[in-house]
Design a protein around this ligand. Structure first.
Ligand code: HEC
Length: 133
């Protein structure tokens, strides 16, 4: 879509209601810059998710022996999936959220006062980072 068409949509459609500042930046930012901004946001989310994961999860889900979560998942998947959560490539933020809010077997659930929704989304982004790249 060329700039003229974009401008026509912004001024003619619901975009006409947008505050002047956001209208200008939307028209002015080339698509590549918008995508780069998204990727930078993803990277920031993943980085803070990693820190939170180390704080809340790694005691049970770290690699190697002595981690009850890793041991339980090793027993469950028997090598079909990696036992350490950080090595998995099939986790989604939604699945991580359901498990963390409800708990599973001996894994306790976590309250929003412990891990907020946005923090949990960051942990989910970290554990599903392979699908974001
Ligand atoms: C007290 C130990 C413990 C802590 C802390 C813990 N977990 Fe777990 N987690 C487990 C165990 C044990 C299982 C396997 C339960 C089972 O046998 O199904 C598990 C399972 C899971 C699963 C399911 C994996 C699958 O394939 O079914 C996810 C996802 C998960 N944990 C995420 C997390 C996240 C994220 C955190 C940190 C916020 C966390 N866990 C903290 C012990 C823990």
């Amino acid at each position: 879509m060329d700039l003229q068409n974009k401008t026509a949509i912004v001024t003619g459609g619901p975009g006409a209601m947008m505050p002047f500042g956001s209208m200008v930046s939307w028209v002015a930012l080339p698509r590549g810059a918008v995508l780069a901004q998204d990727r930078a946001q993803d990277r920031a989310k993943i980085a803070s998710g990693k820190v939170l994961y180390q704080q809340w999860c790694v005691s049970c889900h770290g690699a190697g022996p002595g981690h009850p979560g890793t041991q339980a998942l090793d027993f469950r998947y028997k090598g079909a999936l990696p036992a350490a959560l950080e090595d998995r490539t099939n986790l989604t933020p939604d699945f991580v959220k359901v498990v963390v809010r409800n708990g599973i077997s001996v894994m306790p659930f976590f309250r929003k006062t412990e891990i907020s929704d946005s923090e949990l989304a960051e942990i989910g982004a970290y554990l599903s980072r392979s699908s974001l790249k």
